[in-house]
Design a protein around this ligand. Sequence first.
Ligand code: GDP
Ligand code: MG
Length: 459
Amino acid sequence: MTKIRVYQLAKKLGMSSKELMTKLHELDVNIESHMNTLEDEVVDLLTELINEEKDSKGKNNSNSKKSNVKDKREEMQTEKNIIHIGKKITVKDLADKIKVNPTQLISQLIALGVMAAINQEIDFDTASIVASEYGYEVKSIQVEEEENEKIEEDLLDFEDDPETLQPRPPIVTVMGHVDHGKTSLLDAIRKTNVTAREAGGITQHIGASTVIVNDKKIVFLDTPGHEAFTSMRARGAQVTDIAVLVVAADDGVMPQTVEAINHAKAANVPIIVAVNKIDKYEANPERVKQELAEHGLLPEEWGGDTIFVPVSALKKQGIDELLEMILLVAEMQELKANPNRKAMGTIIEAKLDKGRGPVATVIVQKGTLNVGDAVIAGTAHGRIRAMIDDKGKRIKKATPSMPVEILGLSEVPDAGEHLYVVENDKKAREIAENRKEKLRTEQLKATQKVSLDALFEQI
Ligand code: GDP
Ligand code: MG
């Protein structure tokens, strides 16, 4: 079970996060933000305490009209004393809002152990606490947005019970220096595979493809570009399980080879080396091994643990061996996912199609994606109208590791963006709108900063 956060518990108990925070402080529970998670014991204790309080209050209220009126009046009173602030506020602005002298506020802060000058910013929680001393209730203008963000995070972080996990196919990226044969190798892999299964079958380009080897699936990403890999990782999206490093045997280790090694290492992804173009007269696979050993990729016969497979993408040699090695490495990784939950995946490619609107290829990472699901990806949202697999077939469901093209998004999402299923269209739209709003504010801030800087330069 996931731990409950302060604001979630507050909601459950029908009180504001601030009230709950105050309660927590009274109980000497050290909580810094309403985003913090709470220990089970604390939750139990609090729930009991608050329900007790509520009970006694309820008795008083139902008994007399008078107290009802009084409550109403108090409510109206407090209604007036609500102030709204963002994540941070300067001491001066807060003083203005709660109508106290800034100097007085500063001493209050010092009493709370917070040293802040008049123009310094204090955080939301500190502001809430001091403001409450003056009878003000502070509401966050970002709570809604943060709550939505939390919902996203909870979805992403949500650890599946080990018992729910089932094996899933490996997702492989082909990397290497330009002209060393990445595209040719992918073609060779697909062709060997396609001709074996569905002679003459046309594969649809959706940015990834599935091949079947010994009844086991392997998913290959088409975008070998290091940029794609890096930009995805920059977004915290890691879809790759195994990297196939293509090195031309007639050329050896080149700058992009080294880059690829570094990316794979940084992402902690195992590397299988495909020594390509072994059909060439100038091919020197031994030299490739030596050069790669210098970069920490030691072949097994030299006591290392890196698998080297000699191949020729052109002559389609060594392809089956390479595929078998991929399966072997995948087996050691024990790749698993829970197919029985709301789906979560990553966008690997997206474009605007004239006839079909925004079209995105998603790799499903957790759960099962269904036609009709409400989804969100970046600021794009919508209901999945149709799904198409890499063979061009319309499908209704996509399980973990499957690449699928989806239709029905409101706009074109960026590659690397997480996609996930939410309860309904309304929620998806809401999150998308919140994200857009946030982007707008950030852009505004950036332009303001630029113009301010320009102003200072002139002075
Ligand atoms: P990429 O830039 O890494 O995608 O490389 P390509 O797949 O486009 O290949 C670059 C060139 O090398 C093309 O002219 C291919 O025909 C050639 N090539 C690729 N693999 C082989 C191979 O195994 N043997 C030979 N002789 N040429 C190859
Ligand atoms: Mg290429």
